[in-house]
Every structure is written in C-alpha cells, then in structure tokens.
Design a binder for this molecule. Sequence first.
Ligand code: CA
Length: 235
Amino acid sequence: MSTPDTDQDQILIVEDEPKIARLVADYLQGSGFTSHHLAHGDAVLPWLEARSTRPELVLLDLMLPGTDGLTLCREIRQRWPAVAIIMLTARVEEVDRLLGLELGADDYICKPFSPREVVARTRAVLRRSRAATSPATGGSDLVLDEEGWRALADGHDLGLTAVEFQLLKVMMHSPGRIFTREQLMDHMYRDHRIVSERTVDSHIKKLRRKIAETWPEREVIRSVYGVGYKYQPEE
Ligand code: CA
C-alpha cells in the first residue's frame, strides 16, 4: 500500500553553488529526506531519465551552468508531471512566471533563504501532492499501490493495465490540475509521435469504466473540453 513514508522521500537538489547545496542537503537529511545533488543544468534530464524511480521533488535553481532552470522546469513538467518542483531564485521578478501556467512550478523560494524554510516548503509541497494519493476525507477511498502497480477503490483492485495505472497515477498526484493529452501521452510511451491523441482517450475511457464498476455513481476523472483531463475527487 502507498502509506506515506517520509523517511524515503527522495529530493533532487539542482544548484551550482556548492555551499548552498551542501547546506540544503544537510538540513534535508537531518529532516529525514534522502537527497541527491546535481550542479550542472545539462546533467538533470539524463539523470532523471536514467532512474527507475523519480524523486518526489526537485529543488531547482534558476540560474545554472548549461540548461537553465526555466527550461528544466518546463521539461520536467511535461515529461514527469508527478514530480513536484520548487524553484530557487534570486530574481523576484520571475516569480509570476514560475508559478504561472506556462511553467507550473509548485512553489518558489527567494534567495537568500534559510535551509529551515526550504525544509518547511518541501514538506508543504509534498503534503499537497500526497493528499491526492491518500484516502481522502468524505468517504473517497481510491488508493494507489505504487509498488504493486495497482489501484484500489474501497479496497477492490481495479485491475488496471500498466498504461491505465500510469495515467491515473499522474493525474492523482496533482488533483484538479488539467493535463493535456500530449502530457499524458508522455507518460505512456517514450516515442509518442507514433500514437494519436485518440489513444489517450481510449485508455481514459477504459480507466473510467473500471472505476465505474466499483463506483457507478461517481466520476473522478473529468474531461475538460478542448484541453484534456483532470482527476477531481468529489468535494
Ligand atoms: Ca545558481
């Protein structure tokens, strides 16, 4: 079961100033997180691609050697929407853009910052994204068993395929967030040029049907006309 396990939260720190990176890493470790550090922008995407399990959250510096933080934020959002992002920036004027739809960072921290603040924000962002995968209040009990690649509705295994599970997982990690078909496709296939957007619709349809077998009266995956889909548990 996907019980919250704070001790194993993996945080990626992308920061080219060694002193800041070290300080943040020490505080995260002292708070029960495992952290990894990359100092060059060009190293980030290959590092993420090479891993079988992605970090829960990336602390991403804006100004980096190589690929800059804005580009990385956009790429990570597109390719791994379930990974939370907190931008580290000394440029206050960038904040609106960072949090806007265009880039979609979950939060930002302005430099100079205290490492305590970083830990507090990290916890807050993780709590927010995790709220989606824990049993919600009000009787909603759709739970992801991420290790077993299963989704359980009121304890009943929905019998999802790997693709259906992946789609549900991505959306459940960001409840209320609208995903385009293209973003969802990125989670299903490495080379999504060979599949059409209708493939996404077809998988979503099957996913909904399986959820409806347990909860015929509820609709947790909603279509957003002209845009895509979102996971929206009932209020
Ligand atoms: Ca920097």
